[in-house]
Design a protein around this ligand. Structure first.
Ligand code: BZU
Ligand code: ZN
Length: 260
């Protein structure tokens, strides 16, 4: 159908036809220029309270691989930094390139990383449902973590070992006991700015918190993501899931702030 994707015909340059907000004033991702970010001493540290988190499943939604969490209470939240209240952990997913190509969504002084992890949280203090929050200007807080190529990541295998179970769009499987704390870098120093979802519906509802320090994964581990397919099992057309990233968008009248 006329569903959006990352191909030539249905990719990021075409999204504006069905989602006019694609040309809005607070779109994501952006190119982050460290020298132009405003060091803001009023910006405190962020706190990730994930010890009680309960992962539920891992799924292929035809755009990425997503791990979902039980968000029926405030057991796992992000707070502090630019946030006025705690935001509840909902899911995490990745964006990546093709072999040897860049694949992150945010770039830093024009340089991309091999992949980018997004940990999605929603404002359950102000909004009754996740869907309401996803469409509200202060509804979501997404933590962005860059992945660069190097040695094997000690814990990523726990996730990549499950990818063969969700090869095709629409597949999902139980995925219990995974704590995203194991995917964090040492430092929680960050850049923050007001932006949007980087996929349709491109709602301008995200407070972005992008960590400065990347995590390191191996080419072999990242290559496992590319065994996933955009298509469903029943579809004739086999399309390897890769290059599922939106390029940087215009900063417009925004500033990026930096934790010190
Ligand atoms: C493929 C759809 N991706 C969407 C799905 N959700 C959108 C809300 O949907 C309910 C209307 S989401 O809030 O989980 C979310 S976060 C990001 S990103 N890349 O900006 O971190 C994209 C998306
Ligand atoms: Zn994302």
């Amino acid at each position: 159908g006329h569903h959006w994707g990352y191909g030539k015909e249905d990719g990021p340059s075409a999204w504006h036809r069905q989602y006019p907000v694609a040309k809005g004033n607070r779109q994501s991702p952006i190119d982050i220029i460290p020298n132009e970010a405003r060091r803001d001493s009023t910006l405190g540290p962020i706190f990730l309270k994930y010890d009680q988190c309960r992962s539920l499943n891992i799924a292929n939604n035809g755009h990425s691989v997503v791990v979902e969490f039980d968000d029926s209470d405030d057991r796992s939240v992000v707070l502090g930094g630019p946030l006025d209240n705690p935001y509840r952990l909902k899911q995490f997913h990745f964006h990546w390139g093709g072999k040897g190509c860049e694949g992150s969504e945010h770039t830093v002084a024009g340089v991309g990383y091999a992949s980018e992890l997004h940990v999605v949280h929603w404002n359950a203090v102000k909004y009754k449902t996740y869907n309401d929050a996803a469409a509200a200007p202060d509804g979501l807080a997404v933590l962005g973590i860059f992945l660069e190529l190097g040695d094997d990541h000690r814990w990523l295998h726990m996730m990549t070992d499950a990818l063969y179970m969700v090869k095709f769009k629409g597949s999902a499987t139980d995925f219990k006991g995974f704590n995203p704390k194991c995917l964090l870098p040492n430092s929680l120093h960050y850049w923050t700015y007001l932006g949007s979802l980087t996929t349709p519906p491109l709602h301008e509802s995200v407070t972005w918190i992008v960590l400065k320090e990347p995590i390191v994964v191996s080419e072999k581990q990242l290559g496992m993501f590319r065994m996933l397919q955009f298509n469903g099992e029943e579809e004739d057309q086999r399309m390897r899931m890769e290059n599922n990233f939106r390029p940087p968008q215009n900063l417009k009248e925004r500033i990026v702030r930096s934790s010190n």
